[in-house]
Design a protein around this ligand. Structure first.
Ligand code: FAD
Ligand code: 2HG
Ligand code: ZN
Length: 508
């Protein structure tokens, strides 16, 4: 008995050292033989390759090889677009045997370079896996292919009076699988919590091609380790999500929003306390926009500008949304809040602009949701999505600007703006540094500076966008050596040959 277990343990050690060795070898490039094999799994229309017989021009792969910001670029020769989980499994099995790297790609809206190759890995696009598998309008449980676009799922369940528990500016392009893979936060997290809570089950193709079917629709299931949680936020490094089961909340009967103009950032925290207390159960978002973010949103046509009078003297803005069961009740609460705020002896706000109809509701939201787009139109953004104490949001933004000034990098020749906006309710600041172009000097001035500031607050270097290719070297600022070592062990167990989204999340 004893000798058998010793033997078994030795066998395991041998296997894992061989696997470790494999993972440190360079990955193989796709060859014409590989393409011939993929052609047995997929129809020609689902294969895009610069290699024969597909032989498309490399420009046709540009959209897949480049990220949303135009900051990260891969050199993949081949994009595969399977329609079924079985096809994904067959592709992955082959790539694992041949040691070809795979990058799972959803809507390619990620902001940390996770969705594009670091070299010439195969891009496995989920775009053709876009069917709703089932929806139960009583429980609100939706089961869908991972490639379903978030907005189309929203539209699908709307007639059944349900909404998706997640909402973000990229909803028209991002996919539910990408949302789960990044554990996306977004604009509804304050109300409906994170995907770690709302995702009930997943179907995942593991790096050896095995299909892990955990697509349960159970609200409660305590049968041991909850494996699906590992894939939520793994950014495609542990497997390819092919199906998602998610709990969708009933649509609120009434939603309202208001933009509050504040004379000073220091009023944001006390305002948040009052708003939470007064609106309690109907508060569904509390979003922060600094003045420059607002000005850029307006400049680039995101939402309708507030009147001159409303923005005069405003250092920043807060967008408050309510979602509740009764319109009159909610409106009364919101009006009472506004009255209270405006009539205070020392008012925390200058003014409040309340939406009066659905068009105005969307327009106010666009001023906040549209900042990302506006910033990208203005220049080349360096993006840091960090968790720091709310009280330090402005100091982090101002400190970064001063730091760049001290390096001679602030001004039209280099960095044009340093802006802050984000999800106050989640303690998540989006620090965006808008430059004329991406340069090594700006990069060196920002990193590790920003990460050190975050670490000094015991914050997180990634509150919601993930690590991707951007922050692998910076993981240590938010995770201990012990945590990183265990993350590496988990990666090694699932993906001993290192094929799944190489160069992402974990440091070398
Ligand atoms: P992709 O960008 O394609 O991929 C992202 C990562 O997930 C990559 O590592 C990729 O390999 C992996 N991946 C994708 N699909 C799968 C899959 N099926 N299985 C395994 N791995 C997979 N993010 C937020 O959190 N909150 C926001 O409010 C927010 N707003 C945004 C607004 C704009 C305008 C933009 C452009 C982006 C925003 N983002 C936001 C970032 C981005 O939209 C999210 O990270 C989103 O969840 C990515 O989804 P996607 O389908 O585009 O994934
Ligand atoms: C948001 O909250 C997104 O608008 C994007 O997470 C943030 O572009 C960014 O930095
Ligand atoms: Zn965000």
């Amino acid at each position: 008995m004893l000798s058998l277990s010793r033997f078994a343990a030795r066998g395991l050690a041998l296997r894992s050292s061989r696997a470790l060795h494999a993972a440190s070898q360079p990955l193989n490039s796709v060859t014409e033989q590989d393409l011939a094999h993929f052609a047995k799994i997929l129809p020609p229309s689902s294969i895009l390759s610069t290699l024969p017989p597909s032989s498309v021009a490399s420009e046709e792969l540009h959209l897949y090889n480049s990220d949303w910001m135009g900051k990260y670029r891969g050199t993949s020769t081949t994009v595969l677009k399977p329609k079924t989980t079985e096809q994904v499994s067959e592709i992955v099995k082959w790539c694992n045997e041949r040691r070809i790297g795979i990058v799972p790609q959803g809507g390619n809206t990620g902001l940390v370079g996770g969705s594009v190759p670091v070299g010439d890995e195969v891009i496995l696009s989920l775009a053709n896996m876009s069917k709703v598998r089932s929806f139960d309008s009583v429980s609100g449980i939706l089961v869908a292919d991972a490639g379903c676009i978030l907005q189309s799922l929203t539209d699908y369940i709307a007639p059944h009076n349900h909404i998706m528990p997640i909402d973000l500016g990229a909803k028209g392009s991002c996919q539910i699988g990408g949302n789960v893979a990044t554990n996306a936060g977004g604009l509804r997290l304050l109300r409906y919590g994170s995907l770690h809570g709302t995702v009930l089950g997943l179907e995942v193709v593991l790096p050896d091609g095995t299909i892990l079917d955990q697509l349960t629709t159970l609200r409660k299931d305590n049968t041991g380790y909850d494996l699906k949680q590992l894939f939520i936020g793994a950014e495609g490094t542990l497997g390819i999500i092919t199906g998602v089961s998610i709990l969708t909340p009933p649509a609120p009967q009434a939603s309202n929003n208001v933009i509050l103009a504040l004379p000073s950032f220091k009023n944001v925290l006390p305002l948040y306390e009052i708003v939470k207390r007064q609106l309690s159960e109907i508060l569904s978002a509390f979003e922060y926009i600094d003045r420059t973010s607002y000005d850029l949103a307006v400049k680039h046509g995101q939402g309708r500008a507030l009147s001159e009078e409303d923005v005069e003297g405003a250092e920043c803005f807060v967008l408050v949304e309510t979602s509740g069961g009764k319109r009159e009740h909610d409106e009364e609460k919101l009006n009472n809040l506004l009255e209270f705020l405006l009539e205070a002896d020392e008012p925390l706000i200058n003014t409040g602009v309340l939406s009066q109809n659905p068009a105005q509701f969307s327009s106010l939201w666009a001023l906040r949701e549209g900042v990302t787009e506006a910033v990208s139109k203005e220049g080349k953004p360096y993006k840091y999505d960090i968790s720091v104490p709310l009280s330090s949001f402005q100091d982090v933004v101002d400190g970064t600007r001063e730091h760049l000034k001290s390096k001679g990098l602030y001004g039209d020749h280099a960095v044009k703006y340093v802006v802050g906006y984000g999800h106050v309710g989640d303690g998540n600041l989006h620090l965006n540094v808008v430059a004329n172009s991406y340069t090594p000097e700006i990069q060196a001035a920002l990193e590790p500076y920003v990460y050190e500031v975050v670490a000094s607050h015991r914050g997180s270097i990634s509150a919601e966008h993930g690590v991707g290719a951007m922050k692998t070297h910076a993981l240590k600022y938010s995770k201990s050596d012990v945590s990183i070592a265990w993350m590496k062990k988990i990666k090694q167990i699932f993906d001993p040959r290192g094929i799944m989204n190489p160069g992402k999340v974990l440091p070398e």
